[in-house]
Write a protein that binds this ligand. Structure first.
Ligand code: AMP
Ligand code: ZN
Length: 468
């Protein structure tokens, strides 16, 4: 398996430190608002990467943090006249609801920044002792000039970065690129005691401290959106490697932006659509398919037309899945076992996914599979149940478990609900017949239902049913 590593700027063979375990950290949301469909792209692609590693037999320890102390949360808490933790708790819950609706698998751990402040303080102390951090009146900064590899991830040197970067202006800093590890408390802001006085952690130290606590000092994969390469991930490397003295991350994986009208979708530009708004009109499966049809590292332009096309694609998968379910129920074991090379599709799926997670090609393999299966079904009078079992296995392992673009259980639920409604309808009609004293027809309905495995029980006031 090979991935494009932002650090080496090349595709590299994936070899985790302790197979079959893979430690995987991805930057999660800052919980000050509902997340938008651009954020959803990064969350979904990280989810698919994790699921594919699991498909390949790895045991993935997947950690996604929640930034629940931040300037934007504080601003919202002031605007809404609510304590900061009320705002962050509210949007953290909304985040969990929305990722559940998007069928994103929950992380192994969802650490919250405010629950790891002591680990952050410990790490800042370590950096201070090593001489790479300095305290100016209760604000602690990282001294970028002390870290020789600074700029390696974003591929720039310190001079270029200083000139081009939008870095926080702060007179206390020695160098414009130095960044805050600890921010001195301001009136009314959430704060914690520390060796430098009351304050709160900077954003970058959160991820360094939480990743090492939950995954160890060197992690296999660290992911996030492209916008995090600089300064966030560059700063995480500087902090973790200076504190621990060895490599922080083996593979850096970054997701391309979701753009809208060729511009990055972002809260600050105000050009965003929340995931929950989109979920009112489109299924989670369609949203996921829309993202999967583009290479994860490149840009993608948001379009309702493409979402609608993805919904049609999902319908195609569903139609075949429903057919499969009804055929498996029939359990035909005398029909034809067609010549259908399922192994070819597994091989193709893995071949393209192993090559830097080529999900657009992998989707093409799945749709090719569906076309071929449908052709056999339409051309063959009677097919053996084993054929449908094989079809279901392939779709479950690829389209469901890796991509999350079909969910067989939900079809069961839907068809079970429909079965129940239809049987109750028949029971109501039969009750009417009995009231009209048409016992002959009422009995024959009971007998016919019995023949197809549905047993009716006439009680004093009502009739119930059960499957035999
Ligand atoms: P935030 O809540 O802003 O910290 O972002 C959460 C995650 O979404 C990070 O991994 C960001 O890189 C990612 N992200 C933000 N905007 C976009 C976008 N327009 N397209 C793709 N990913 C994004
Ligand atoms: Zn982070």
């Amino acid at each position: 398996m090979r991935f494009y590593n932002t650090f080496s700027k090349s595709k590299e063979e994936f070899i985790p430190q302790n197979p079959p375990t893979v430690s995987f950290y991805t930057c999660g949301p800052t919980v000050y608002d509902y997340f938008h469909i651009g954020n959803a792209r990064s969350f979904i692609m990280a989810d698919v990467l994790r699921r594919y590693l699991e498909y390949k037999g790895f045991k993935v320890k997947f950690v996604m943090n929640l930034t629940d102390v931040d300037d934007r949360i504080i601003k919202k808490s002031i605007d809404e006249k609510k304590p900061s933790h009320v705002v962050s708790d509210f949007y953290a819950n909304a985040f969990f609801e929305d990722i559940n609706l998007l069928k994103i698998k929950p992380a192994t751990v969802f650490p919250k920044a405010t629950q790891h402040v002591s680990e952050m303080i410990e790490m800042i102390r370590e950096l201070e002792e090593r001489g790479v951090a300095y305290n100016v009146d209760g604000n602690v900064f990282y001294d970028v000039s002390k870290f020789t590899d600074y700029g390696k991830l974003s591929g720039k040197n310190i001079e270029e970065l200083s000139a081009g970067a939008r870095v926080e202006v702060n007179d206390n800093k020695k160098n414009p690129l130095d960044f805050a590890l600890w921010k001195k408390a301001k009136e009314g802001e959430p704060s914690w005691d520390s060796p430098w006085g009351k304050g709160r952690p900077g954003w970058h130290i959160e991820c360094s401290a939480m990743s090492s606590k939950h995954l160890g000092e060197t992690i296999d994969i660290h992911a996030g959106g492209n916008d995090l390469i600089f300064p966030h991930h560059e700063n995480e490397i500087a902090q973790s490697e200076a504190a621990h003295n060895h490599k922080f991350v083996k593979y850096w994986i970054h997701f391309g932006f979701l753009n809208i009208n060729e511009e990055k979708m972002s809260k600050s530009l105000g050009n965003f659509l929340t995931a929950r708004e989109i979920l009112k009109k489109y299924s989670a499966e369609a949203i996921r398919l829309f993202f999967l049809q583009t290479y994860y590292g490149g840009p993608l332009n948001f379009s309702f037309n493409l979402l609608a096309a993805a919904e049609k694609g999902v319908e195609k998968i569903k139609n075949l899945a429903e057919k499969i379910e009804s055929e498996i129920k029939k359990d035909d074991n005398i029909g034809l076992v067609p010549d259908f090379n399922i192994k070819y599709y597994y091989d193709e799926f893995e071949k393209v996914m192993d090559d830097d997670l080529n999900t657009p090609q992998a989707c093409a393999v799945i749709f090719d599979f569906i076309r071929s299966a449908n052709k056999i079904i339409s051309e063959t009078e009677s097919l053996h149940v084993s054929f449908f079992i094989d079809l279901k296995k392939f779709l479950t392992e690829t389209a469901e478990n890796v991509f999350g673009i079909i969910h067989f259980e939900e079809l069961y639920k839907k068809s079970a609900q429909l079965d129940g409604k239809l049987i109750n309808l028949i029971i109501d009609l039969r009750t009417k017949l009995k009231k009209e004293k048409n016992f002959l027809l009422a009995d024959s309905i009971r007998d016919e239902l019995n023949k197809i495995g549905i047993e009716l029980k006439d009680g004093k006031d009502s009739t119930t049913y059960k499957f035999k």
